[in-house]
Write a protein that binds this ligand. Sequence first.
Ligand code: K1U
Ligand code: ZN
Length: 159
Amino acid sequence: MTAILAVAQRGEAILTLKAAPVAESELDSAWLNQLSNAMYATMMQRNGVGIAAPQVYISKRIIIVASRANPRYPDAPDMDAVVMVNPEITQMSDATCIGEEGCLSVPDARGEVVRAETISVKYLSLAGESKHATYHGFVARIIQHEVDHLDGILFVDRL
Ligand code: K1U
Ligand code: ZN
């Protein structure tokens, strides 16, 4: 059975740290797959559209992105969850957009955050394959929010 993990809350030091890269020796490992499964289950249980490893007390550079249409973003794409290991945003559009964000680590707050409209991101899959993709709109917003978690930044720091 997949574990549901505790979610760190605003004010806890783990959320302010710069997370460490996942080492090559950790790729394609049982530990990384189990962590990813537990992060996914925790995100789903909390109705999230993303999650970052520091939110479950693991200070490593791993995020999951799982956009779905919702009342705030009715046109958001329904996507299969993507696990990104060591994600790096390689390009950000000058064009920005403003949109509402929430956070599993700040459950009592919502806020309007300015983000790049389009980003390119390179990352590794759980198996260690190199990937590079471009995202727009709500999906780009989720990725920027999750990469911020890896750098110790919360959306409330951007209000
Ligand atoms: O990282 C997190 O704390 C998850 C967060 C992701 C996120 C939501 C909205 C904008 C950017 C990033 C959430 O999933 S918050 C809860 C939620 O499901 C939600 C909130 C606002 C709009 C859509 C969904
Ligand atoms: Zn968050």
